[in-house]
Write a protein that binds this ligand. Structure first.
Ligand code: SAM
Length: 264
């Protein structure tokens, strides 16, 4: 039996994710559905409240542990040095900030910035050496201009209501010459692989998510939001418009995940 799994959005619909569309319609995407622009942040927060205690376990099960390798590769693009100040926006339970802290050392700084208290609490429990947690909204980072040598954002920008505002904030608090990386899910290149990935995403993921976190819905909106998100070429244009230079795209695992890196 061949199932029709083609749920990947076309360019027009993918760009509905962008600020212009959000501010004109006063609606924002939550998975395949729309919600009020002002409500998205609360829905995202409720989503992470539901899954926070099982978030790390779910990542490891659903990606068969590959997410650790992806995060390592993303942090490598930042070219962090000892004593550097590094920020991880939408940093959740601190995996990427932990990797950065292992390079910045005692004289450096590695900060997780996340809006969800429960995700932060889970991260704090991991006692990651050299990592500091700050709670706040990625759309208004609570740091002065030009504060950090490097900034990462991993699997976070999809959740931010005004995508460009999130990147503008990253640009603002990054030092001139500083490096940025954005790790995000995307569309696999190979058609057969994509079909199998779709099958896995829409049939298996919600089942496992339901069993482990008790919320099948949380893992239904997740694959949907990936299919509605701008593709790498589209995202790099947005970064370019904001002012990032030397933008590079690195596809991982046939394009399931993509790293955009750049410099201020
Ligand atoms: C999918 S998790 C990624 C966590 C971590 N970066 C990782 O890769 O494991 C997304 C995180 O973004 C956070 N988040 C969502 N919207 C946010 C916002 N507007 N400001 C700050 N954090 C936000 C969530 O609370 C959640 O911890």
């Amino acid at each position: 039996m061949i199932l029709n799994m083609n749920k990947w959005y076309n360019r027009k619909k993918r760009l509905e994710q962008l600020e212009k569309h959000v501010s004109v319609t006063r609606t924002a995407r939550f998975g395949f559905n729309f919600c009020a622009e002002s409500d998205k942040i609360h829905r995202v927060n409720r989503h992470f409240d539901t899954i926070a205690t099982r978030y790390d376990l779910m990542n490891t099960i659903l990606s068969a542990g590959i997410h650790y390798a992806w995060k390592r590769k993303a942090i490598e693009t930042l070219m962090i040095k000892p004593k550097h100040r590094v920020l991880d926006v939408c940093g959740g339970t601190g995996d990427m900030a932990g990797l950065s802290a292992s390079i910045t050392g005692e004289k450096g700084l590695s900060v997780v910035y996340d809006i969800n208290r429960k995700m932060i609490r889970q991260g704090e429990k991991k006692s990651l050496k050299g990592v500091t947690f700050v709670q706040g909204d990625a759309e208004c980072l609570s740091f002065p201009d030009d504060s950090f040598d490097s900034i990462s954002i991993g699997f976070g920008i999809r959740n931010v209501t005004h995508l460009e505002t999130g990147f503008k904030e990253i640009f603002r608090v990054l030092k001139k010459g500083g490096t940025m990386c954005c790790l995000e899910f995307s569309k696999p290149d190979n058609t057969i692989f994509r079909y199998l990935y779709d099958l896995y995403s829409f049939k298996v993921m919600p089942l496992i998510g339901g069993l482990i976190t008790g919320s099948k819905e949380a893992y239904t909106a997740f694959p949907e939001s990936i299919r509605a998100f701008p593709l790498p070429g589209e995202l790099s244009l947005i970064l370019q418009k904001i002012g990032f230079k030397e933008i590079k795209i690195k596809k991982l695992t046939n394009g399931i995940a993509v790293i955009h890196s750049g410099r201020k």
